[in-house]
Design a protein around this ligand. Structure first.
Ligand SMILES: [Fe+2]
Ligand SMILES: [Fe+2]
Length: 270
């Protein structure tokens, strides 16, 4: 299966990069399934129903969220109506929506997508992501239905993300990190056959502080005082993510490539 994962879409610039580039990439690369992290697509804070539709129409088959899942209050009800949106498995017992789902891929194949939140350096405490993901992977072993499994591990610490990669090695096709908004250079296939990258990076303007206009974050770091709201940077965004090919028989990854296209970062394509 040919899978593309795109990291956190940041505001208007990030949405524009997805709508302008994804339809062409889908066709050119013959993609079977596309997952997009949408937790910052609406003004950097959450995802509105309208912007979810924008990402789905551009070619996302599934949207994952993150700690900002419900910043846009309408997502609390919209996620119940739109099964293609996944919230973190361990967000809260009371959270609406689903933390994982089996999706149809071309040729009668199935792909399971799930997302977990990390615990290290996160603003509020979430339940143990390791036991949460273990339950899902035990119930859906690779190498039959589903033909592929993608885990979006949404957290701050690279150590926790790498630990999650190894925890899922051989049991998921892809474990990819999100949330830090900066792509790491460690894309690889782990010994058990799981494609891994600590962070996919954001689809956003990299002339920024993790996607936000620089002035206010700089002011807060330098003076310790807030003056304005954070607003997403508006320059051309770099589409950032991970391209993975998997073996339908085993569910394991056979190829992994870092993706960066447009904007300020060096281009990287399969
Ligand atoms: Fe994010
Ligand atoms: Fe996040």
């Amino acid at each position: 299966m040919k899978i593309l994962f795109l990291g956190d879409v940041m505001g208007r610039a990030g949405r524009a990069a997805v709508t302008e580039r994804l339809p062409r990439l889908r066709a050119d690369w013959g993609l079977d399934f596309v997952v997009v992290n949408g937790e910052n697509a609406t003004s950097g804070h959450g995802l509105s129903a309208a912007h979810a539709k924008t990402l789905l129409e551009a070619g996302a088959d599934c949207i994952t969220l993150g700690d900002h899942a419900f910043d846009q209050k309408e997502m609390l009800s919209y996620i119940e109506k739109e099964p293609r949106i996944i919230r973190p498995l361990n967000f809260s017992k009371a959270a609406p929506g689903k933390g994982y789902r089996l999706f149809n891929a071309p040729g009668g194949r199935k792909i399971l997508v799930t997302q977990v939140l990390g615990q290290v350096f996160m603003k509020r405490p979430f339940d143990d992501p390791f036991s949460a993901v273990e339950q899902v992977l035990k119930a859906h072993p690779l190498g039959g239905l589903p033909q592929a499994i993608l885990v979006d591990v949404h957290c701050e610490a690279t150590s926790e993300k790498m630990a999650m990669g190894h925890w899922c090695d051989g049991k998921a096709s892809v474990v990819v990190g999100t949330h830090t908004h900066v792509p790491t250079g460690d894309a690889q296939i782990l010994p058990g056959g799981t494609a891994f990258q600590s962070d996919a990076g954001m689809c956003g303007d990299y002339n920024s502080v993790i996607g936000m206009e620089k002035a206010e974050p700089l002011r807060r770091f330098i003076t310790g005082m807030a003056k304005d709201r954070f607003t997403p940077a508006r320059g051309e965004a770099t589409l950032s993510g991970l391209y993975v090919e998997t073996d339908d028989r085993t569910g394991k990854a056979t190829r992994v490539e870092m993706i960066r296209e447009g904007g300020r970062l060096q281009t990287s394509t399969p």
